[in-house]
Ligand binder design. Structure first.
Ligand SMILES: [Zn+2]
Length: 408
């Protein structure tokens, strides 16, 4: 077998394409292959599929192909052009690559597999491609996947904000809580950020939404009320966000009390910050005694912590009536605690309580898709934060979009 025939076979080239020449460069560890076709072939216009004779050729182009025995392999060809009466002079499609891609389909498939398994830097080393090329593969894969994606009913959705990097801009991420996929990403966390997601849905899809988990964030509430029919009974304020608000109130109480104590030289609360941020069951074993001793003292932060911990019971009730009864008792306790940050947090919760107890009808939280949250966190930490917000969006869709990313 001649090497041209061998490569024609290895590349899977089909008629009318054949390999005309192969050049092997041992020192560069590189194989270059040229493909050509007979002159009298009829081609099809890529837009209307009309069969037409050859008009001319575009400039020679090169596609990176799968390595052959560790040799970087490059395919060269001049793409035929046809003169279509309707579409003008256009390039035909070649069977080994997508239009505008610098990689053959097989290489692109491999690159997607590698990028799914490691970060972009690692993929550039394994595949011997540049940083921009790697992002190009990801972007094309995401575009492909999102174009192919069929409209479907998403019944329970989670809306969450993600910081692109510390102190940087935010993204609004909408996910399908049942499928565990990211459905939509918008920049910022304004009303229009979420509104753009709803605007892309049909009336049936909007009506089909049964429940939405979110933080008590006014722009998201407004966007949902404006678009989703009967939104009032469907919004469920996420319990982990609510506990987060209470946790911050506890921390504020600690800071103030620590300052007061330190003024009289009392170091009781020194180094205790993280203890008060834990839930009871998460206090590390080696600090449990220390924490128990602190709790036995008559500290303000101890009371604040107990009030916060007690609130978790709200989500354990099965009967809404019992939940409401608990809420009233807890609210009385919190607002009579003489702890200003706790009173303030309780007041915020009171204003939103009717969409917190919707949890009894729709037991959803943003943490349901914990896998998604940790994956997004991983994507962010691997990139050490994203200064390029488009890259962050692309990476989230690539890894979490549940998309069909591969070229056909
Ligand atoms: Zn045409």
């Amino acid at each position: 077998m001649q090497d041209t025939a061998l490569y024609q076979y290895l590349l899977g080239l089909q008629t009318p394409w054949t390999v005309s020449r192969v050049h092997l460069d041992i020192t560069q560890q590189r194989v270059d292959i040229w493909a050509e076709h007979p002159a009298d072939v009829a081609w099809v216009c890529p837009q209307c599929t009309k069969r037409l004779p050859l008009y001319d050729h575009a400039e020679e182009r090169t596609w990176r192909h799968l390595d052959s025995c560790q040799f970087q392999t490059h395919l060269h060809a001049r793409i035929p052009r046809v003169a279509c009466g309707e579409h003008g002079v256009v390039q035909v499609t070649v069977p080994w690559a997508e239009p505008r891609s610098r990689f053959t389909l097989l290489f692109e498939r491999l690159a997607i597999d590698v990028l799914r398994q490691c970060d972009v830097r690692g993929a550039t080393r394994i595949l011997r491609i540049s940083w921009d090329e790697a992002w190009g593969v990801m972007q094309r894969a995401v575009t492909r996947g999102r174009t192919r994606k069929q409209a479907r009913m998403v019944r329970r959705i989670g809306v969450d904000e993600k910081a692109a990097a510390k102190g940087h801009r935010y993204l609004t991420v909408v996910c399908d809580l049942d499928e565990g996929t990211v459905e939509y990403i918008a920049e910022d966390r304004k009303q229009e950020s979420l509104d753009r997601y709803y605007a892309g849905l049909t009336p049936e899809q909007l009506t089909g939404i049964e429940a939405i988990a979110m933080d008590m964030w006014e722009p998201y509430i407004q966007a949902t009320r404006a678009r989703v029919p009967e939104a009032t009974g469907k919004i469920v304020f996420d319990r982990f966000h609510i506990m987060g608000h209470l946790g911050k109130a506890v921390d504020t109480v600690r800071k103030q009390e620590h300052r007061e104590l330190m003024a009289s030289g009392d170091e009781t609360l020194k180094g205790s910050k993280y203890l008060w941020l834990y839930s009871q069951e998460n206090v590390p074993a080696q600090r449990r005694e220390e924490f128990a001793a602190l709790k036995r003292q008559e500290l303000k932060v101890g009371r604040a912590w107990a009030i916060k911990e007690a609130f978790r019971c709200l989500w354990h009730y099965v009967y809404p009536a019992s939940g409401w009864k608990f809420w009233k008792r807890w609210y009385f306790w919190a607002t009579h605690s003489r702890l200003k940050p706790i009173r303030k947090a309780a007041e915020t919760i009171r204003q939103h309580i009717s969409n917190i107890v919707t949890y009894y009808q729709h037991p959803i939280t943003n943490a349901m898709s914990e896998g998604l949250n940790s994956q997004i966190q991983k994507i962010k930490s691997m990139a050490c934060g994203f200064r390029n917000i488009e890259h962050f969006k692309t990476a989230i869709y690539f890894h979490c979009g549940g998309l069909d990313l591969y070229p056909c």
